[in-house]
Ligand binder design. Structure first.
Ligand code: NAP
Length: 322
């Protein structure tokens, strides 16, 4: 049977639409913990053309299903060039100076990365009609009365917290479509990490029988990196805007986190010494009690994070596969 030419045209158009790219997403900080999990989640999706960027070479284990470009977000010319090349519908800003004590000691560099680069990205998003998805932190709060919801009043105690809050304020005041996703104490593993996290640090130290000091006056909602990536992708795909709190479901004392890691791996807890935050003399002040109320993300995005115990089991499987 001969198919009329006009019908053939319709079939071809429909077929192309089903396969067509709907989003061109540039991701910054792709070598980081969240960045790599986002690449794993988004790479190879038919509806997403993913351009992963980070400073320096590609350190992501997964090598297919996306394009990689080196990008230092503090370089305005490089930022502009990547916007001009790809004309993104979305820009996910996962790049940041995330070491809280380093931010306290290198304030100018921290401001450059966490504030000035964000202002530059905002300008480009406005020019190119790009929705900005930006990652922020529980450290914008003072930790006096956590867990916090999205309407809580920020009051940062550290330079890192101040810089992340300023980044948020620039985005909110810019009049562009935006999503700010705040999170808490990430844990997980990816290739070639530039910094560790509470679970890996506790496991490694206790396995090596190193005595460790752990604060018993700070509370957080530990967040599995895969869960955060899934939350970001849900918000991205649903076209949401505004502020979302995305963390693990459990608010826990830091000592409980470490004791649970020790129990999970059957490690000797006598190497753990409980201390107060003040006794550590760290350069940056930490908020005592944060953690998030995640009801908005659960109801509006269908976000459904793993418990800390489930997260430990997932991470353990990944460590065995290494
Ligand atoms: N980790 C947490 O517990 C936590 C808690 C709350 C909020 N957050 C927020 O969540 C986001 C992701 O955190 P994460 O844990 O995935 O951080 P991460 O592992 O430290 O990753 C950040 C990435 O940004 C890159 N980067 C730093 N400066 C850059 C620059 N000038 N240009 C381009 N890339 C640059 C880093 O590169 P290198 O790898 O080369 O250093 C790193 O790959 C951040 O916005 C952070 O503020 C994290």
């Amino acid at each position: 049977m001969q198919v009329p030419v006009f019908l053939l045209g319709i079939f071809i158009t429909c077929g192309c639409m089903a396969d067509s790219i709907q989003k061109t997403v540039i991701l910054s900080g792709a070598n980081g913990l969240l960045g790599q999990k986002l690449v794993e989640n988004l790479a190879g999706r038919r509806s997403v053309n993913l351009i992963a960027t980070s400073q320096g070479d590609n350190r992501i284990l997964l090598r297919e299903g996306y394009t990689y470009r080196p990008l230092d977000i503090t370089n305005p010319a490089a930022l502009r060039a990547i916007f001009e090349e790809f004309k993104p519908t979305e820009f996910i800003n996962s790049a940041a100076m995330t070491n809280v004590d380093q931010c306290e000691k290198e304030k100018d560099l921290c401001w450059k990365i966490n504030v000035e680069a964000v202002a530059e990205i905002v300008n480009l998003c406005r020019e190119f009609g790009t929705r900005l998805i930006h990652l922020s932190t529980d450290f914008i709060f003072d930790g006096e009365n956590g867990p916090y919801d999205e309407r809580a009043k920020p009051n940062p105690l550290s330079w890192y917290g101040q810089s992340k809050l300023k980044g948020e304020e620039i985005i909110i005041g810019a009049g562009i479509p935006f999503l700010i996703i705040r999170t808490v104490l990430l844990y997980g593993i990816v290739a070639d990490m530039s910094r560790s996290n509470i679970v890996l640090w506790a496991r490694e130290s206790l396995e090596e029988k190193k005595p460790i000091k752990v604060v018993n006056d700070q509370f957080r909602s530990p967040t599995l990196a895969e869960d955060l990536a899934e939350g970001v992708v849900l918000a991205l795909m649903k076209g949401r805007q505004g502020i979302y709190h995305i963390s693990g479901p459990d608010q826990m004392c830091i000592t409980d986190i470490v004791y649970q890691v020790a129990d999970f791996y059957g490690l000797d807890k006598s190497n753990i010494t409980e201390v107060s935050s003040d006794s550590l003399g760290q350069p940056a002040k930490r908020p005592p009690k944060t953690g998030f109320i995640i009801l908005k993300a659960q109801t509006e995005l269908g976000y459904n994070p793993h418990s800390f115990q489930e997260g430990l089991a997932i991470l353990d499987r990944q460590l065995r596969e290494e």
